[in-house]
Design a binder for this molecule. Sequence first.
Ligand code: IVH
Length: 708
Amino acid sequence: MSAPTKPVDDLTEAEAGNELARLALEIRRHDALYYQNSAPEISDGDYDALRQRNDAIEARFPALARPDSPAVRVGAAPAAGFEEVRHEVAMLSLGNAFNADDVHDFVARVRRFLGLDENEPVELVAEPKIDGLSAAMHYESGQFSLGATRGDGSVGENVTRNLETVVDLPKKLKGTDAPDYLEVRGEIYIRKDDFADLNKTREAEGQAVYANPRNSASGSLRQLDPTITAARKLRLFAYSWGKVSSRPWETYSEFLDRLKAWGFSVNPYSRTCATVDEALALYDEIGAARATLPYDIDGVVYKVNRLDWQDRLGFVSRAPRWAIAHKFPAEQAETVLEKITIQVGRTGALTPVANLTPVTVGGVVVQRATLHNEDEIARKDIREGDAVVVQRAGDVIPQVVRVITEKRPKTGGPQPFAFPKVCPCPLETPPHREPGEAVTRCTGELACPYQQINRLKHFVSRQAFDIEGLGAKHVEAFRDAELIKTPADIFRLREQRETFLAWEGWGEQSADNLLAAIENRREIGFDKFIYSLGIRQIGEATAKLLARTYETPEKWRDAMQAAARERSILPEEMKKPELVGDAFAALCDINGVAFAMADDLVAFFTEQHNLEVLEDLFDQLTIQPLEKVASESPVAGKTVVFTGSLETMSRGEAKARAESLGAKVSGSVSKKTDYVVIGADAGSKAKKAEELGVAMLTEPEWHKLIGS
Ligand code: IVH
């Protein structure tokens, strides 16, 4: 995130307009990362700051408020893969209070709006703000019938099957007094201990770990396969309602009692408070208990208890006037950053890590904090030896918030940090950073010990070599014992039979079965072979394209090496499609191979250690050319044009898939075109197709045609 610079009060009208446009885009991007990908890039505090800046600018220049303003929108549209559910009663968000004054102001606003005098009591219900994701659960005649995520507040995703697996979600309501139609809303969350177990398992399986419980709850609820969700132990705290056929309760506290009677979990800290001070005292009490609660919370929500008042107060833009979220400050502490070390992840990403003088933050001792990447260090000007403020974001990954520059000596103090030119892995190769990308990567790939486990697991995975009996666990064991370091070692494992036969869990039979399964795969299709190498961006479809184009492994290797030579003699700024030589251009000419893909592929061939692994594999394997294209595909031999922005696949993927089915993909529409696949905001090509009478398909129609 680029730091907001100019104070709102100093902005000219033109600057304000530009800034609102920028904020709309930026907030939309972070919404998608948070709601759709469950992988936010910025802390909740930074996100709130963006929204506040947007609101402040709109308050100063109301005429500039945009139709797509983040102030009138929450969340993000549903992701592909789930059916949509329209919320008849919009699922809204809450305004924020950051201190006691804000809370007093909130109640003062309520009084003013309702015309109450100062002595009239305004009862509030205070309860923890659970850091999960909200969901809507519909009940018909007491039976759970439909469940949805919030989505963008108007349209969410149908996650009924997944919600059924939530540990404390009643499938059937207790008692007989529930309205015939009742939509209950609440927060889906995962407990801290279940989260820790989940990440432990994921790590052992070589999968990316979730950053915090909230992200893992969101990722888990939005699995297309409900059996995965079921294994995640999601839970629910219920706290509001949506569409109801009747509403026979007069206060919020009464509603909470009914929820409990129907069988829902209601947070045990929810309490009715007669005054603001009482509510603030509960805020302190909950705040003190926060570190020891089994789930994450990020504040306290206050709600006006009387529903007749709630009805009158109504909503303003995306939040109710009758409720407010009093956020907890992120737990922070001051310490010294002693050293910055670089970690090589399993995917080869180099992550700078701050090694701190140990300090207690919110009851947990913190010694290390992520610094994300090179740019983040430069942006915050973090130097070894600096005094820093650290915080636990989402209560899990500690972050360095800022440097206390006042504590930096005027002379002879810490020097700016220089990102290493040599990778900390034993290969000591120079790391690579793709222009426009934040991540710096180790170029060791197949030969880098940190990446080996991932690479080996990919190599034996179902879509690649698919070696029966050689799963992730065995790969790890063989790797730990150094029996397998590179993929070709798998095919030499028979020489190590006696060694692993002596291990616990192995017998003559199982050892022979494994060795036989390995022998079985000594002959492999060329496309599977390419895919198994795990080259960045080279998925199954592209691997097929390459196999079809280059025919034999040797021809492929020679062409890639020629392209690598052309690429390596160019300076970084000249690495553009039009400037590289013939071999590189030939690669880019393959329909379905984008420049960035070609670049990653060729980068693989610039590394000597990768070539060695490749030659080693060539010696061990018999690689079979690809069979001819299956002509039974309805698009074989047809010319297809993709236009507009596609939602379910990238353009590269769409092309590659079409070509793998024998279609020719073209960039322009003509009389020879058989199909035009129309994405969102399609422009002139769609028009031309219509004029020429070419068959036009929506994305779902295309998927149906090709049977995907
Ligand atoms: S009431 C009309 N109560 O916070 C708004 N929300 O920032 C109704 N949340 O979307 C929401 N705990 O996902 C409410 N006790 C609580 C909550 C809570 C967590 C979430 C909810 C909401 C978000 C707003």
